[in-house]
Design a protein around this ligand. Structure first.
Ligand code: HEM
Length: 410
C-alpha cells in the first residue's frame, strides 16, 4: 500500500500521488459514510462502495446534465463559453430522459453486438497494420505506436473521417480530455477545449455532408436517420453526437488496451499461451476493466434533496460515482487487489450502471480482445522496460502515459 510519506495515511483524493496509486485512498473512503462530502472539491459528494453505486446510480433524483458543474468555476467568463456549453448540453451523455431514451434507442442500432461482430476482421486488420509499422524496431512505446492509434483508426473509419485527419482528431480530442479530466479546470484549458470541439465539429460536419451524397457507411446511415424521425434531431445535435462518439470512442479504449497489455505482461504472462480460448480472452479483458478501470469517475447532478441512510445531499450539488473504488470493493469482489483473468461473476461497473451505460462497450471490449491477442501472439516474449510506469495525470481517465516494451518475435 503506497502511503503519504509524512503520516503514513493514504494520499488525499485527486492529489498527484493518489492519481499514481488511488487504491489505498479509495479503500479508506469506502470505510466511511456511503455517500460522503469530498473535501477536495466544493459542492461534490462521492460514492465509493459497489452496492451503493449500483443502487444510487439509478436514482431519479439525479440528472445527467452536469454541464453547469463543468462551467461552475467560470462565472465571470460564462458568456465566452456559451457556444461550448451549448454544444456539450446536446451530447447524449448529458441528456435526461425522455430525450435521452429516444436518442439512445436509435443509436443502439449502430452499436449492436451483431453490428460490432461484423467489424472484428477490420479491427484485426488495423492491429496487424500497426504491428507491421513497428518494422524492425525492438524497443517500442506501445501506447504511442499501438494503443493510441488503434481505436482512433477504428472510430474514424466507422464515422467515415478521412485518414489524413486522424492525427489532428487525436490532438483535438486530447485537448478536450485534458480539460474534462481535470477537476480544477482552468479558463486556459477551457479555451483550448472549446477551440478543439469547434474544430472537431467542422470535421464531422464535412464528413456528414460527404456521407449524405454517397455513403455505404452503416453508422452514418443510422445517424442520418435521426434527422428524418418525426421528433427529428437538429443538424447541430447530430454534430454533437458525432463529436462525442469520436472522443469517447478512443480516449477510453486506448487506456483499456494499454492497461490490458501492461497487466497481462506484469501479472499473468501465462495466459498469453491460452488466448485461443475465447472465454479466457474475454474474461481477461473484463478483469482489466475491473482492476484498472479506464474511466475512474462519473458524475451526476442532484436535482432534489436526496437522503440516503443518515446522509442528505442537497439539490444542486454534484455526486461522483467512483468506478475505480467500487471495482475494488472487497464487499463485492473477493481478494479485490489480485488481478485474476479467470475471475468468476465479475460484475464490474467500468461502463457505468444505468440508462447511460456505455454505448460503445461491445466495441471497446472487442477492440481490446483483438489488440491483446494480435500483439501478444506475435510477441509472446515481450518484456516491459520499466516496472513502475507513469499514469496519465487526470483523475477521470486511468491510462498509462507510455509503455516501453522490448519486442522479440515468436
Ligand atoms: C474501455 C473503453 C470505454 C470505457 C471504459 C467507457 C466508459 C463509459 C462509461 C463509464 C459511460 C457512462 C457515463 C455516465 O454514465 O455518465 C460511457 C458512456 C458512453 N460511452 Fe463509453 N466507454 C468506453 C468506450 C467507448 C466507445 C468505444 C464508444 C463509442 C464508439 C463509447 C461511447 C460512449 C457514449 C456515446 C456514451 C454515452 C451513453 C449515454 O449517455 O447513453 N464509449 N462510457
Amino acid at each position: 500500500m503506497s502511503a503519504n510519506s509524512h503520516n503514513d495515511r493514504p494520499a488525499p483524493l485527486f492529489s498527484p500521488a493518489c492519481i499514481q496509486n488511488p487504491y489505498p485512498t479509495y479503500r479508506e473512503h469506502a470505510t466511511g459514510a456511503p455517500v460522503q462530502r469530498l473535501s477536495a472539491l466544493p459542492h461534490t459528494w462521492g460514492v465509493f462502495r459497489h452496492q451503493v453505486f449500483a443502487t444510487l446510480i439509478r436514482d431519479r433524483r439525479l440528472s445527467s446534465d452536469r454541464t453547469a458543474e463543468l462551467f461552475r468555476s467560470y462565472d465571470p467568463h460564462l458568456a465566452e463559453f456559451r457556444d461550448f456549453h451549448g454544444h456539450l448540453k446536446q451530447w447524449l451523455l448529458f441528456l435526461d430522459s425522455p430525450e435521452h431514451a429516444r436518442l439512445r434507442r436509435k443509436l443502439n442500432a449502430g452499436f449492436s453486438p451483431s453490428a460490432i461482430q461484423l467489424l472484428r476482421p477490420r479491427v484485426a486488420e488495423v492491429a496487424q497494420d500497426l504491428i507491421g509499422e513497428f518494422g524492425d524496431a525492438t524497443d517500442v512505446d506501445l501506447m504511442c505506436s499501438f494503443a493510441h492509434p488503434l481505436p482512433v483508426r477504428v472510430i474514424c473509419r466507422l464515422l467515415g473521417i478521412p485518414m489524413a485527419l486522424y492525427l489532428r482528431c487525436v490532438k483535438l480530442s486530447d485537448d478536450f480530455a485534458a480539460w474534462f479530466a481535470d477537476p480544477r479546470r482552468s479558463a486556459v484549458t477551457a479555451r483550448t477545449a472549446a477551440a478543439a470541439v469547434l474544430e472537431l465539429t467542422e470535421v464531422v460536419a464535412e464528413t456528414i455532408r460527404t456521407a449524405e451524397s454517397s455513403s455505404d457507411n452503416e453508422l452514418m446511415r443510422v445517424l442520418l436517420e435521426l434527422e428524418r424521425e418525426p421528433n427529428a434531431v437538429s443538424r447541430e445535435a447530430l454534430h454533437a453526437q458525432c463529436v462525442l462518439l469520436l472522443i469517447a470512442g478512443h480516449e477510453t479504449t486506448r487506456g483499456l488496451i494499454g492497461n490490458a497489455i501492461y497487466l497481462v505482461l506484469t501479472q499473468a504472462p501465462e495466459v498469453v499461451r491460452a488466448f485461443d480460448d475465447e472465454a479466457l480472452l474475454r474474461s481477461t479483458v473484463e478483469e482489466v476493466l475491473r482492476f484498472e478501470s479506464p474511466i475512474q469517475t462519473i458524475g451526476r447532478t442532484v436535482v432534489e434533496d436526496m437522503q440516503y441512510e443518515q446522509v442528505t445531499v442537497p439539490a444542486g450539488e454534484s455526486l461522483f460515482f467512483m468506478i475505480g473504488a467500487a471495482n475494488r470493493d472487497p464487499g463485492q469482489f473477493p481478494d479485490p487487489d489480485r488481478f485474476d483473468p479467470r475471475r468468476p461473476h465479475n460484475r464490474h461497473l467500468a461502463f457505468g450502471g444505468d440508462d447511460h451505460v456505455c454505448l460503445g462497450s461491445t466495441l471497446a471490449r472487442m477492440e481490446a480482445q483483438v489488440a491483446l491477442r494480435s500483439l501478444l501472439w506475435r510477441f509472446p516474449k515481450a518484456l516491459l522496460r520499466s516496472a513502475s510506469p507513469e499514469w496519465y495525470p487526470g483523475f477521470r481517465l486511468r491510462a498509462l502515459r507510455s509503455l516501453h516494451v522490448q519486442l522479440e518475435p515468436n
